[in-house]
Design a protein around this ligand. Structure first.
Ligand code: NAG
Length: 385
C-alpha cells in the first residue's frame, strides 16, 4: 500500500512532461514561431562585440572591409570582405592609410584588390543559423579559408535578412534571394568569373548555397568552380525528426512511435528547404559540376546520414535513367583514410563530354571543428586544381 503514492507521483510527472511537450510542439505549429526557432536570428552576441568593428575580433586594421548590398526586394544586407594575409602584407601601407570602414566599398582597397587582380579567387561563404558574420568561430573560419592561398583567396559573406544589421526577417525564399544577390554582386560588380568562385555553405548556409547554385545553373547555365557543403541537411522535416534543441529538447523524435502524429507535425513545417531535390536538380541540369560534401561523424545536431542522402541524390542525378543504391555502391570509389575518416567519390564523364564530380568526406573525429579543418583544406585544394 505504501508504494501506491510513488506510482501516482510517477504517473503525474509523466503526464505533466507529456503535456508540456505537446504544448511545446503545438506552439511550433505557428509559422512565426517556427521561423524564430529555426533561423534563430535573434540569438547573437553582437551587443558584446560590434561586427561593424572587425578589429574587435582580432583582425588587422582594415583587413576586413565592411560592405552592404541591396536585394531586388528592397532589403539591405550587411557583410564582410576578408582579405588574405599575404595580400594584406603586400598592401599594408595603403590599407592602413585608408579610413576605417571606408563608406564606399567599391572605392576601397579591399574591393580593388579583389576586382582588379585576374588571379584573385573568391569564396562566397553562407553561414549557419543564429549569430552574425562575426559570431564565434566564424571569424576563425575566414582566417583558415584565406590561409589556403593567402596571396589570393578572398572571402565575401553577408548576414541574411533579419540577421545582424541586415534589414527584414528571414524566410526560405528571402534567404535564397539574399544569396543570389551576393553572388550576382560578385559576378557583375566585382566581375569575378564563376570559374574563380567557390560557394561554401555551413549548416543552414549549405541549404542557401545549394539553392543559389541551382538558381544560377537553371537561369544562366553558370557553373562555379566548386560547391562545398559542410554539415548539410537533406531537408527540414527529416532533420526535425531527430533534432534536439541544444542537445536537450527533442522536436519530433518523441513522436516516432506514432507515425500519424509525426506526419501531422512534419507536414506543417512551412519552410522545408528540400536541399536533396535542389542538389539533384542542379547536378542534372549542369554540364560540369563539382560538389563536395563534408560532414563530421560525431555531429549530433545534423547526423552525417544527411550527407549520405545528399551524396546519393546527387550521384543518382548524374544518370538519366536513375540508379539504385546497389548500383551506386558498385560504381562509387570509397577511400579509407584511417583516423582522418573516409571519402566517397563519384566521378563521371557524361556523353556530352561534361564532367560531374560528387565527393563526400566524412571526418571521424573532432565534430564540427575538424570538419571545419577539412573544409578549409578542401577549399585550398579546390582552388589549386
Ligand atoms: C534517381 O533518379 C531517378 C530518375 O531521375 C528518379 O526517378 C529516382 O527517384 C531517383 N532516386 C533517388 C533515390 O533519388
Amino acid at each position: 500500500m505504501a508504494i501506491a503514492p510513488i506510482f501516482r507521483k510517477a504517473y503525474w510527472s509523466l503526464a505533466i512532461a507529456g503535456g508540456l511537450y505537446f504544448a511545446f510542439i503545438s506552439l511550433l505549429l505557428n509559422g512565426w514561431i517556427q521561423r524564430q526557432a529555426f533561423y534563430a536570428h535573434r540569438v547573437h552576441t553582437a551587443w558584446l562585440h560590434d561586427p561593424n568593428k572587425p578589429e574587435q575580433f582580432g583582425f588587422l586594421k582594415n583587413q576586413v572591409q565592411r560592405f552592404d548590398i541591396r536585394t531586388p526586394d528592397g532589403e539591405v544586407l550587411w557583410g564582410w570582405h576578408v582579405l588574405p594575409l599575404t595580400l594584406y602584407a603586400e598592401n599594408e601601407r595603403a590599407l592602413i592609410g585608408q579610413p576605417v570602414g571606408a563608406g564606399d566599398y567599391e572605392k576601397s582597397w579591399a574591393f580593388k584588390l579583389l576586382a582588379e587582380n585576374p588571379e584573385s579567387r573568391l569564396i562566397i561563404y553562407f553561414h549557419g543559423n543564429a549569430g552574425t558574420v562575426a559570431q564565434g568561430w566564424r571569424t576563425d573560419t575566414y582566417r583558415a579559408i584565406t590561409a589556403g592561398a593567402s596571396d589570393k583567396i578572398h572571402v565575401l559573406t553577408v548576414d541574411y535578412r533579419g540577421y545582424g544589421r541586415s534589414t527584414g526577417s528571414p524566410t526560405e525564399a528571402g534567404l535564397i534571394t539574399d544569396g543570389i544577390s551576393l553572388v550576382k554582386y560578385a559576378m557583375e560588380v566585382a566581375q569575378i568569373p564563376p570559374q574563380r568562385i567557390v560557394i561554401v555553405g555551413q549548416s543552414l548556409g549549405s541549404a542557401v548555397a545549394t539553392a543559389v547554385a541551382e538558381h544560377f545553373t537553371l537561369e544562366d547555365a553558370v557553373e562555379f568552380k566548386c560547391l562545398i557543403l559542410c554539415a548539410a541537411f537533406s531537408d527540414v522535416p527529416t532533420l526535425m525528426s531527430s533534432y534536439t534543441i541544444g542537445g536537450l529538447i527533442p522536436i519530433l523524435s518523441p513522436l516516432r512511435p506514432y507515425p500519424f502524429l509525426s506526419q501531422f507535425f512534419a507536414k506543417r513545417i512551412q519552410e522545408t528547404w528540400f536541399t536533396f531535390v535542389r542538389l539533384a536538380n542542379l547536378v542534372q541540369n549542369s554540364k560540369n559540376v563539382n560538389v563536395h560534401l563534408i560532414h563530421a561523424k560525431n555531429d549530433y545536431d545534423i547526423p552525417w546520414s544527411h550527407s549520405d542522402t545528399l551524396f546519393y541524390a546527387a550521384a543518382n542525378a548524374t544518370s538519366v535513367e536513375g540508379l539504385t543504391f546497389k548500383q551506386m555502391d558498385a560504381v562509387k570509389t570509397s577511400i579509407d583514410f584511417g583516423e582522418s575518416g573516409w571519402t566517397n567519390l563519384w566521378n563521371t564523364v557524361q556523353e556530352d563530354g561534361g564532367r560531374k564530380i560528387i565527393r563526400q568526406d566524412i571526418v571521424k573525429h573532432g565534430g564540427n571543428s575538424h570538419s571545419l579543418q577539412k573544409l578549409t583544406d578542401r577549399i585550398a585544394i579546390a582552388h589549386q586544381s
